[in-house]
Design a protein around this ligand. Structure first.
Ligand code: HEC
Length: 151
């Protein structure tokens, strides 16, 4: 192979290697910079922490603590309006069902708070299961397609 040609093919191999190596580095940094729905994610993470705290309080039969936490789940903060509009636009006619599942979370969390104030451990646990069922139903119905659409 003439020297010039050999040089050219070596150069292109080096460039190709550099380009290939550059790709994973970009892929690693991209998600950290841009979560398209940071508000919704923060709301969800807080719901997760509160449900964990309730589970801990149930184990300790600390009904006062369950009564304190229940309204924070029932009346959780909402994501910012811009995110809500994007989510509702994406949901279209499913928005009613989506909102209904959030209302199920609220109703069950309120029932859990009422039961805790009565010191009725069995009813607290039943209501806790209903809250978790509503979380699960929304995740099973929408989480994968949400992530696919927005991320
Ligand atoms: C009306 C729908 C809906 C309900 C009800 C709901 N979630 Fe979510 N949740 C979502 C969606 C959509 C995502 C995906 C968000 C994302 O990927 O940014 C999610 C994600 C999460 C995550 C993962 C957050 C992360 O770090 O990626 C947690 C934890 C979570 N939800 C907890 C809960 C708990 C606990 C409840 C019930 C008390 C609940 N969710 C109820 C829709 C819902």
């Amino acid at each position: 192979m003439p020297t010039a040609l050999r040089f050219a093919s070596t150069l292109s191999a080096v460039l190709l290697a550099a380009f290939t190596l550059a790709l994973p580095a970009q892929a690693q940094t991209a998600p950290a910079t841009a979560d398209p729905m940071p508000g919704l994610k923060a709301v969800m993470q807080q719901l997760g922490r509160h449900m964990q705290a309730v589970a801990g309080a149930i184990s300790a039969e600390d009904w006062a603590e369950v009564a304190r936490l229940a309204p924070q789940i029932a009346e959780h903060p909402e994501p910012p309006l811009t995110e809500k509009v994007r989510v509702l636009t994406w949901l279209g006619t499913d928005a009613v069902k989506f909102r209904g599942l959030d209302q199920q979370v609220g109703a069950a969390a309120n029932a859990m708070g009422d039961a805790a104030r009565r010191g009725d451990g069995g009813a607290v646990i039943d209501a806790f299961a209903k809250v978790q069922q509503a979380c699960l139903a929304c995740h099973q119905g929408y989480r994968a397609s949400f992530r696919q659409h927005f991320k």
